[in-house]
Design a protein around this ligand. Structure first.
Ligand code: NAD
Length: 355
């Protein structure tokens, strides 16, 4: 099992180092190779996703990714900015399915902005289509309007677009994930207004007939955004398009109140995947040794589950994370009075000990 380890920038290097320590104690036959990505790669090679890094990622069974970006690169031309490395990896590896669990750990219920009873026991999975939709549809651009409300003025336009096979494959991912959980899928669309999402709804419904053991319901995106804060526990697996998924997955993940706790997986058709924490490179705390490594450690668990077929090892890591939380250990982002504040290194070491 070959893993490309791409720590990236900012806290990326600190948190990935802890995840690698955790993987190393599992006594699995893992071959890990590290490469530069993002701003670090730009500094060394003049490009955020150098050929060698892309080659390593393509040849690996999975990519363990930290985070990229720093404010100091904001003035670079867009193709050279660190964040382009993620888009390049998604495109080149065909990573069309983004899986983001939002789990509320019992010990962290108080960290949420919602009432404890609304989120205690929360465990939902948002599945976002990642390579289609209005983000990639053509044509797009700017021009002087020849018609519409204000002809002769500047306008901009993007194209929302999904093909049947694109919707089919993400629907299969959702139904298969639901089979391993409580067998419910909510498909989120805007079929009342958008033709693209009428096709989405039709195709998801058709694919659903192949999974008679999974209950499917449909919800408009505006309602879904509301229900996620009103009664999030009513959801199990939520599947949606790229743009709605972008927004809803951030909303859902923040329900748990702890950005340092949330892993993610991006998968392609052959289950090759990129695994990364949901947060960014946190330049404000980089180098201070206080970043929470748990989202990255939990991303490594997802990697074992989805790309490396090591479910037992994945569960061991998740149990170890629960153990350290139960021991009262907290990095600064999840600290509360009565718990013990620990550094990035100490948190990683505690998970290793628990394993
Ligand atoms: P961010 O997620 O990096 O940070 C937001 C806030 O959360 C900061 O206060 C940070 O200190 C805190 N935080 C984040 N992760 C933490 C952790 N593990 N432990 C403790 N605290 C944590 O978002 P931002 O500040 O908007 O962006 C910073 C940079 O990261 C930008 O360059 C942005 O483009 C990039 N970014 C990268 C990714 C990615 O690599 N996938 C995702 C989002 C943002």
């Amino acid at each position: 099992m070959k893993i490309a380890v791409l720590p990236g920038d900012g806290i990326g290097t600190e948190i990935v180092a802890e995840a690698v320590k955790v993987l190393n104690v599992l006594e699995l036959k893992l071959e890990m190779e590290t490469a530069l990505v993002g701003g670090a790669a730009y500094e060394a090679y003049g490009h955020p996703l150098p050929e060698a890094t892309l080659k390593l990622a393509k040849e690996a069974d999975a990519v363990l990714f930290g985070a990229v970006g720093d404010w100091k690169y904001d003035k670079l031309d867009r193709p050279l900015r660190p964040e382009q490395a993620i888009l390049g990896l998604r495109k080149n590896l065909g990573l069309f399915a983004n899986l983001r669990p939002a789990i509320c750990y019992e010990q962290l219920v108080g960290a949420s902005s919602l009432k404890p009873e609304l989120i205690s026991g929360l465990d939902i999975l948002i599945i976002r289509e990642l390579t289609g939709d209005i983000y990639f549809g053509q044509p797009r651009g700017r021009r002087i309007a020849s018609d519409g409300l204000f002809p002769g003025t500047e306008e901009a336009f993007d194209t929302m677009r999904y093909s049947r096979p694109e919707i089919e494959r993400i629907a299969h991912v959702a139904f298969q994930a639901a089979r391993k959980r409580s067998k419910r899928v909510t498909s989120v669309d805007k079929a009342n207004v958008l033709e693209t999402f009428q096709l989405w709804k039709d195709v998801v419904t058709e694919v659903g007939t192949q999974y008679p053991d999974v209950a499917l319901d449909h919800m408009y995106v505006d309602n879904a955004a509301m229900q996620l804060v009103r009664d999030p526990k009513k959801f199990d697996v939520v599947v949606t398009g790229n743009m709605f998924g972008d927004i809803l997955s951030d909303e859902a993940s923040m329900l748990t109140g702890s950005i340092g706790m949330l892993p993610s997986a991006s998968l392609n058709a052959s289950k090759q995947g990129l695994y990364e924490p949901s947060h960014g490179s946190a330049p404000d705390i980089a180098g201070k040794g206080i970043a929470n490594p748990l989202a990255t450690i939990l991303s490594a668990a997802m990697m074992l589950r989805f790309s490396l077929n090591q479910e037992a090892a994945a569960q061991r890591i998740e149990a170890a994370v629960k153990t350290v939380l139960a021991q009262g250990l907290r990095t600064a982002d999840i600290f509360s009075p009565g718990t013990t504040r620990v550094s990035t290194l100490e948190m990683g070491a505690a998970v290793v000990r628990a394993l």
